[in-house]
Design a binder for this molecule. Structure first.
Ligand SMILES: [Mg+2]
Length: 194
């Protein structure tokens, strides 16, 4: 996943961002750590108590404080984690936390999920307990619906499209900006995933 994201960014207009690229390359030379697969319990959710954190009449994200940085948008379910509704547990994709840590060093990281805010926050608070890796979180209320299709419209983020990449296990989610998307394999249980 790390290689895919980086190659996509490199193909974009990066001529003016050599310093940024140098930092990415140096990070990628770090060898991966042993895989981490954890299983954690999810409490009963009260989905009727959804809250919106953003003013959706304008851009979904506040202005970026770091000029020229790339924005990496990540899906949650079946991309970073899988929630088992029978066991009421979620599993974390192998290397997920390492991936987030390394990507957060060179990207503005945004999780954009079609899930409910309370559910997503419960998981993200455990993936990023110190809130040092994820810059922003977007939830179901920020999704654009076209019929029954859920769209994550990157234009609504308020970021330059030539510096924005989305990784999602469903290509239809980024069908409005397909050139900005990387469709990653759906993950549920495979501990050998890389
Ligand atoms: Mg997904």
């Amino acid at each position: 996943m790390i290689d895919l994201v980086t190659k996509t960014a490199v193909k974009s207009s990066v001529r003016d961002h050599q310093v940024w690229l140098d930092s990415v390359n140096s990070i990628l030379q770090v060898k991966p750590r042993p895989k981490i697969v954890t299983v954690e319990s999810l409490p009963v959710l009260r989905l009727d108590q959804q809250r919106s954190s953003y003013d959706t009449t304008n851009y979904l994200l506040p202005p970026n404080k770091t000029p020229f940085i790339y924005t990496l948008v990540l899906d949650l379910d079946e991309t970073l984690v899988h929630y088992d509704y029978v066991l009421k547990q979620f599993r974390v994709r192998p290397f997920c936390r390492e991936f987030l840590r390394r990507m957060s060093l060179c990207y503005e990281l945004v999780v954009f999920t079609a899930a409910h805010e309370e559910y997503a926050n419960f998981i993200l608070d455990q993936l990023d307990p110190d809130k040092t890796m994820l810059s922003h979180r977007l939830y179901r209320q920020h999704i654009t619906y076209v019929g029954n299709v859920c769209i994550k419209d990157l234009h609504k983020l308020g970021r330059p499209m030539n510096r924005t990449v989305i990784v999602d296990n469903l290509a239809e989610n980024f069908s409005r900006q397909p050139r900005n998307g990387i469709e990653i394999g759906t993950w549920k249980f495979n501990p050998q995933d890389r």
